[in-house]
Design a protein around this ligand. Structure first.
Ligand code: SF4
Ligand SMILES: [Mg+2]
Length: 448
């Protein structure tokens, strides 16, 4: 690859790095398109800290590195649109919605991640996708993509492509995209169209037809002024093709819904009414057999903790076959915000069946225990090597398989004293099996 030097000023006449040396091959269309994005940003006068360039894989994956002082995100092949949609939703909901997220993706990435484009258009996430369409995979050696025109000669279609290309504009029309444009890299008003796309409140895509000079020119007699003929649509089908004003952007709808839910929940939710005695973040791993109410018992623990003023997270796991095999929950309790929901060293392990033992052994939970770990196990189980205090009880025999996990949790709570029994009682009375749960509660709390 040769490098081309383009002088840049620093007074926001450009968002590109000063004296940026473009890394693309001589004549590569990527340079023109990147300059047009830059010119669009200059035109819109967006603060650099309100710009996020999300790049895909391929030569286009270098584009985000060429910009200065903007946010940038380099992602996996085809997934840039999905990452950008997530960034946009987070900005809409958690911040001030000022971030302008621009996805730079090639035709190869668009092919691999087509559904992400469709989904972002459906959602109407406020992102702008600039699709650098040079009709082939440039970085990997010039193979054809599903954007290659009929007859196009590529590394994998030396006799000319025989498969008609997809028309991304038509596909995204069908996904209710609000703003769609097709331009060529040589269009004098490309920056203007990109600026219109960035300004559009919702999903916008500009497909820019351009050339990979390294590979496209080898077998195809084409030049820049013929680019329009290579697009999947009609040659004349250039410019802004779709601009709808009947769709609200996703962030706006989401916020409206959120506000509505807050109104509905006023006075609702779980209001703490007890005290907890948590001295540190505490991780429970609770394991048993699917269908034996392991995860619902874990959820009662979570609710009782929240009723006692703690923060709580729960993660469940079971095999693909929902009704057979193991059923495991990881519950983290803490007085502080829980920013990490993993359990590296379990504080409490409850295991009530052979399926549970097998799952925890496979996950290395027993090996991760330490001298402080409390393990409550059914009396019938053989546990692999583990450290800590082991309590064996006839949980299944005494409380039936459906009550074993709940009884194990209550046992651990009673021993550690971290949560009051009253909190469990308050939760238990709201459950369908309240009688069974209250009886276990009375039995365990009264007996141990
Ligand atoms: S290989 Fe093609 S797409 Fe990549 S930089 Fe060179 S000309 Fe551009
Ligand atoms: Mg390409």
């Amino acid at each position: 690859m040769t490098e081309v030097t383009t002088p840049r000023s620093t007074d926001r006449k450009s968002y590109l790095k000063v004296m940026q040396r473009f890394p693309f091959c001589k004549g590569c269309g990527h340079q023109r398109v990147t300059n047009a994005i830059d010119a669009a940003l200059v035109r819109l006068e967006i603060e650099p800290h309100n710009v996020n360039i999300t790049s895909d894989i391929g030569c286009v994956g270098l584009v985000d590195t060429l910009f200065e002082n903007v946010h940038s995100l380099h992602t996996t092949h085809g997934r840039s649109t999905a990452f950008a949609t997530g960034v946009e939703i987070a900005d809409s909901i958690l911040a001030d919605s000022k971030l302008k997220t621009i996805v730079v993706i090639g035709d190869g990435g668009a092919m691999i991640g087509l559904l992400h484009l469709v989904n972002a258009a459906q959602l109407n996430a406020d992102i702008t996708v600039i699709l650098y369409n040079n009709f082939l995979f440039g970085m990997t050696g010039g193979q054809n993509s599903c954007f290659s025109p009929l007859g196009f000669v590529t590394a994998t279609t030396p006799g000319g492509n025989i498969v008609p290309p997809v028309d991304i504009i038509e596909i995204l029309k069908g996904a209710n995209a609000g703003f769609l444009a097709r331009k060529t890299a040589t269009d004098a008003d490309l920056a203007e169209t990109i600026a219109a796309a960035i300004s559009y409140p919702g999903f916008a895509l500009v497909e820019v037809l351009e050339l990979c000079t390294e590979y496209a020119l080898r077998g195809n007699a084409i030049r820049g002024n013929k680019l329009a003929e290579l697009g999947a649509g009609e040659a004349a089908d250039l410019g802004i093709i779709v601009q709808r004003h009947d769709r609200k952007e996703l962030g706006v709808i989401y916020k409206e819904k959120l506000e509505g839910r807050k109104e509905e929940n006023k006075g609702g939710g779980i209001e703490p009414r007890y005290e907890n005695a948590l001295e540190k973040k505490t991780g429970f791993v609770i394991a048993g057999t699917a269908g034996e109410r392991v995860q619902s018992a874990a959820y009662i623990l979570v609710q009782a903790a929240v009723l006692s003023g703690a923060n709580a997270t729960q993660k469940n796991d079971n095999p693909i076959t929902q009704g057979t095999g193991f059923s495991t929950s990881e519950v983290v309790l803490s007085r502080d915000k829980i920013l990490y929901t993993g359990i590296d060293v379990p504080d409490v392990v409850i295991v009530v069946s052979e399926d549970g033992v097998k799952d925890l052994a496979a996950k290395g939970v027993f090996g991760a225990t330490n001298d402080e770990t409390l393990i409550v196990a059914d009396e019938t189980l053989e546990l692999p090597g583990c450290r800590g205090r082991v309590i064996r009880l006839p949980l299944r025999r005494r409380y039936l398989p459906s009550g074993a996990a709940f009884a194990g949790i209550l046992t651990a709570v009673k021993i550690t004293g971290i949560l009051p029994a009253l909190a469990f009682q308050d939760v238990a009375v709201t459950q369908k099996r309240s009688e069974e749960l209250l009886s276990i509660l009375e039995h365990v709390m009264g007996e141990i």
